[in-house]
Design a protein around this ligand. Structure first.
Ligand code: ATP
Ligand code: MG
Length: 286
């Protein structure tokens, strides 16, 4: 909105940051005003309303639920998966360069730039798949197929800032080894439905997708196209490096991404591990 001199004012960078950390939707941050007084008045009103909402959310956590949704979601996903015959595994957060190489995460792969290196030979895992491959290859030696395994744990990627990416996030990766490929659509749909139901999400659809690491698969996406989960399958060119010879189906999803969608928040950051946010609320309420 312009004033009589054709001037218009937008929120200052500091105001935008504050409203954004309080969870105000992006579209609102782009509002225009004819005077700075109107703009500042609008800022104060929005801030005070958002502070109240965040305080209510925090109070609910501190007085009623006592556990952040990230923790309870982990628990409900694990329970639903164990119920469906998946076995949980827990593997190291630190992975070797060699493990990443086996996933073709070498300097020519776009994902390579996203890896946090701890030293020349060790990185924070950007995905759970290499460890799951390694563990599964060994389990397959003694257990009969089909075999269902999953892990839930932190993964790390250098991401450019955005509303739906965290540098540190919680991944769920599940895989079923030894199921015939003809069952592709049926099995991948079963996985997607199982995970989304356990997460309390019913507005999603499946979409064909091509991943740089895993090749063709189905993605689970929100109605407006945001990726919630990726699926993949084998035999796959990566399998050789892990000496895996059976067919497989897998699904990977980020728990904070699921929470952001389920709770319809403007961004993902309030759901991640943080010292500023707790369970979807901003703690800076002064
Ligand atoms: P995107 O296209 O959204 O960057 P991706 O295809 O690179 O995701 P995958 O490697 O397929 O991600 O990882 C599986 C799932 O993990 C994604 O569907 C998403 O839910 C979640 N995920 C991936 N990267 C992040 C991130 N940086 N922060 C939060 N969740 C993430
Ligand atoms: Mg993906």
């Amino acid at each position: 909105m312009e004033n009589e001199y054709g001037l218009k004012y937008i929120y200052t960078a500091a105001q935008k940051n504050r409203l954004s950390e309080l969870g105000i939707d992006r579209s609102i941050l782009e509002r225009e005003f004819s005077t700075t007084a109107r703009r500042d008045g609008s800022f104060r009103e929005l801030e005070s309303r958002a502070v109240k909402e965040n305080r209510t959310r925090l109070s609910r956590l501190m007085q009623e639920t006592h556990r952040p949704s990230l923790c309870s979601l982990q628990e409900s996903l694990a329970a639903a998966l164990c119920q469906a015959g998946f076995t949980q595994v827990v593997t190291p957060t630190l992975v070797s360069a060699q493990m990443l190489e086996k996933m073709t995460i070498t300097p020519d792969n776009p994902l390579y730039e996203q890896v946090f290196w701890v030293d020349k030979k060790t990185a924070l895992r950007p995905m759970l798949a290499p460890n799951l491959y390694e563990v599964s290859r060994q389990l397959i030696q003694s257990q009969s197929l089909p075999l269902r395994v999953f892990e839930i744990g932190s993964c790390f990627r250098k991401e450019s800032e955005g509303r739906s990416h965290l540098k540190e996030f919680t991944m769920l990766n599940l895989v079923e080894w030894g199921t015939p490929l003809e069952k592709r659509n049926e099995v991948l749909k079963e996985f997607a439905d199982l995970v989304m139901k356990a997460a309390g999400i019913d507005d999603y659809r499946l979409e064909e997708e091509n991943s740089v690491v895993y090749g063709d698969g189905l993605d689970v996406v929100t109605p407006d196209g945001l990726e919630l989960a990726s699926t993949s399958m084998g035999p796959h060119p990566l399998d050789d490096a892990w000496r895996i010879t059976c067919s497989w189906f897998g699904l990977g999803t980020g728990l904070e991404r699921l929470l952001m969608h389920r709770e319809k928040t403007a961004g993902i950051h309030c759901w991640g591990r943080s010292t500023v946010f707790l369970d979807g609320a901003c703690m800076k309420l002064k």
